[in-house]
Write a protein that binds this ligand. Sequence first.
Ligand code: GDP
Ligand code: MN
Length: 359
Amino acid sequence: MIISTILLILAISIFIIHISIPTFYYRYMLSNSKCNLKNNEDLDLDNYPLVSIIIPTYNEEKTIEEKIKDILRQDYEKDKMEIIVVDSASNDNTVNIAKKLNVKVFQQSERRGKANALNYALKNVNGDIVIITDADSSWETLDTIKKAVIYLKKFGGVTCIKKVRNNSIESTYRDLYNVLRLGESCIYSTPIAHGEFLAFRRGLIESFNEEIGADDSSSSHEISLKGERFVAVNDIICSELVPKEGYIHWRIRRAKHLIQHFSRAIRDINKVKDKGYKKILIIEYYIHLINPWLLIIALSLDLISSFLGNIISLFLIFAFFISLLSSQIRTWVIMQFLLAISQIKNFFNKEIVWKKEKK
Ligand code: GDP
Ligand code: MN
């Protein structure tokens, strides 16, 4: 009886910590997220900078044509846009399609991962501004490049916020994530960036870290370490294709990449000068690597306690399952389990080169 009560109290305490830290963080970021990051400056039309847009591809025959056409529709001087497709030995028609559309195509003879391909392209760009964008993504407005160029007068790097169309878990998760990204950007920088749209001033990134799957996020961190801000902005919106099959595997791979990123980034904590960004990095590390385990520990303790005959514990387990009817709670719980599983799976395979999901 005493043991089960102690276990129950422990379970409840750990659960409260698990919930309250992210909740406070979310509330705090929500209250910060509405700042105005815009410059009042407009773009001097005679002085458009050359923008190099890099599209990394591996077997993107279904998306590459629309992607390139979509970029060409952008309201930006065409001769100030350099579009580069960097392909890593696709075994489909990607390269032929890209070549027909008159863009620069760099071909790697073997596949060594996205970051490796980006590095190859980065060495050969001419633009003052570089934009990285995944083939399976799109930008919501025609003035996306223009807006980014204006933001980059003030910040080192810019990323989009994400919209999801066809998946309810993903879209609940995104709503939460976008608020965090915007709030962090208002404070200083966000440590998470999106491959769908990542723009920076050339020179701020010499190369992408090839040991980390999250090439996008690790470059945002690198820019912040150099003392320049890296921001997500609410008027650059992008979307991507969410896999129709293998959603869970896809989420785990992405979570693995983020965990690799935060495990690496936290080692730089003493090099970070901005106090706000330092806190952001510590809390994001905590939320991605430590907090998920608290939920698992709390549930396990409560389960043991209910096996030992504690009625309250048993009731709490039921209450927990009933709470899963709420889509927000369900998404949260699923994400916690995926983060924990991803951490373990990272020990076996980092998936720097990954299998393409059906989208
Ligand atoms: P997800 O967005 O995390 O699902 O990752 P994707 O599979 O969509 O990959 C993001 C972008 O990187 C897409 O444009 C892919 O074609 C591209 N990509 C993935 N792996 C490689 C690679 O090994 N080499 C190159 N060049 N591009 C890659
Ligand atoms: Mn993608």
